[in-house]
Each structure stands twice: as C-alpha cells, then as structure tokens.
Design a binder for this molecule. Structure first.
Ligand SMILES: Nc1ncnc2c1ncn2[C@@H]1O[C@H](COP(=O)(O)OP(=O)(O)O)[C@@H](O)[C@H]1O
Ligand SMILES: [Mg+2]
Length: 260
C-alpha cells in the first residue's frame, strides 16, 4: 500500500539557517502520528510545509502520490494551540466560515440553499464536538477547552483527510485535556482521519499515537548552531494500535461473534 502522504528529502532553510534537513516520511491513511522534539526543532515548520502554507526549500511532498497543491487545500485541516478561531464570529459562524473557505475560496461567502446546507453541516459538526448548546456563543465566552473544540469543528467541517494538530491541548488543564483526548480519538475513528499531532507531552504522544516520530538535530556545530537542521531521529510504530477503520471492523466482528 502506498502512503497517503510522502515527504521526500525535504529541507527548509531561512537564509543561512537550516531548520529541517533531509526529512523523509511516509504516512499511511488512518495513522495517528505524534511528533515530539525539543522546542525550536522545527515541528511547527514541518506542519506548515505539510499544510502547504510554506514550500520546502528542497524536496517534495506528495499527497496520494501527487505533488501537493501550492495553497492549503480542503484535504488538510489544522488546529493550533490557540487563536485559530475568529473572535468576532459566533461558534456557528466560525464553523460555517471554515466551509465557505473550502467551497467558495474566492467569494468566501455562500448564499441561499448552499448557505443553509452549510449551516446544517456546521451545526452537526458542532454537535459532534460537544458544542451543540453553544452555537451562537462568541469564542471569548467559551472556556479554553471549548475554544479548542470549536477550532476542531472549524477544521473538520471541511472534511479533510488529514488533520494537523500543533500542540492543540498544551494550554489546557489536565482534566480538560483528558476529555479532549477522548474526543479526538472518537473523531479520528468516526471520520476515518489521518492525524499528525505535535505535542510536548510524551504521555499524550504515546497514548494517542499509532506512531511516534521524534525530530531533532543529528549533528550540531557549536560554532554555527544554524548550520544543521533537524530531521526524523526516531520513528516508533506502536504495534498494539491499529488504524481506526480496521479497529472498528475488528470490534464489529467480535460483537458479531459474541451475539451468534
Ligand atoms: N519564518 C521564519 N523565518 C526564520 N526563522 C524561522 C521562521 N519560522 C521558524 N523559524 C525558526 O525555525 C526554527 C524552528 O521553529 P519551529 O518550527 O517553530 O519549532 P518548534 O515548533 O519545534 O518549536 C526556530 O529556530 C525558529 O526561530
Ligand atoms: Mg511549534
């Protein structure tokens, strides 16, 4: 099976500063990849190039074997640690906006029946993330966890195949974080997503991921710290986890066995 997402010999440089060097990576559909690494290693930069927000200096990124479109397409959605929602729009308007960007990229506005359909989809997505009672609330009135639920709804309403998460739960209290973990695993399974999540929290990386990728510098020049970039130094498949579709099928199979 060929990978859904492939990075081939990707380099990112800013002037003479090498941030990423020679990153090679294949991500299978249905994987939940946790990315860990020291602060400043280039984790967010890696997500930006996968998102298509930034072109690598060298190398290529393939989605389904095709070069990535230069702009951020609806096949990829992203959630940052904070500030990814618009403060002047309600939860519903923020989520509809996510759809408008995907469906009417030049007008960024939908009208008539298309808008009504978008409102319906956005409402359903807000219900799926647990914000069904907060449709008309502004982000400032939502708790940190609820704002992240909204950011997830805004990203998922476009039905991306790949969801990119950049330390999405880092600013949340531990109890809230546990609720968010349950939510993200449910969404990963329900929507058959491929997830790439950057996290500082090793436990989070290992509990949620089907694979943990560590990025760091392999070599270091103390006289010229910018000279070398980071790359994938560890890539650990966690064998006791399987892709959500396969897992759901296994559960259905075992239920069938039990009831017969
Ligand atoms: N647009 C940019 N111009 C110059 N340097 C940048 C730019 N974006 C990121 N960097 C640098 O690249 C390095 C990696 O940053 P980042 O990807 O944000 O790291 P991480 O997310 O792992 O903490 C940092 O040293 C940062 O200062
Ligand atoms: Mg970062």
């Amino acid at each position: 099976m060929s990978a859904l997402l492939t990075l081939r010999d990707v380099w990112v440089e800013y002037g003479d500063k090498v941030v990423l060097e020679k990153v090679n990576l294949g991500v299978e559909a249905g994987a939940f990849v946790s990315i860990i690494g020291p602060s400043g290693a280039g984790k967010s930069t890696l997500l930006r190039v996968i998102l298509g927000q930034e072109a690598p200096t060298q190398g290529s990124i393939l989605l389904d074997g095709q070069p990535l479109a230069p702009e951020c397409g609806p096949d990829r959605g992203v959630v940052f640690q904070r500030y990814s929602v618009f403060p002047h729009l309600t939860a519903l308007e923020n989520t509809v906006f996510g759809l408008e960007c995907a469906k009417a990229p030049f007008l960024t506005r939908l009208y008539g029946s298309a808008r009504r359909a978008a409102m319906g989809e956005a409402t359903a997505m807000l219900q799926a993330v647990g914000l069904g009672d907060s449709l008309h609330v502004y982000p400032a009135q939502l708790s940190g966890g609820m704002q992240q639920r909204l950011a997830i709804a805004q990203a998922l309403v476009k039905r991306p195949r790949i969801l990119l998460l950049d330390e999405p739960f880092g600013a949340l209290d531990p109890g809230i974080r546990a609720d968010m973990h349950a939510l993200i695993v449910k969404l990963w399974r329900d929507y058959a997503l491929t997830i790439i999540m950057v996290t500082h929290d090793l436990r989070e990386a290992f509990t949620l991921g089907t694979r943990v990728l560590a990025i760091d510098k392999r070599r270091h020049d103390p006289h010229a710290p910018h000279r070398y970039g980071a790359t994938a130094v560890y890539d650990l498949p966690l064998r006791d986890r399987v892709a959500p579709v396969a897992q759901a099928e296994a559960e259905i199979a075992s239920e069938t066995t039990c009831s017969s």
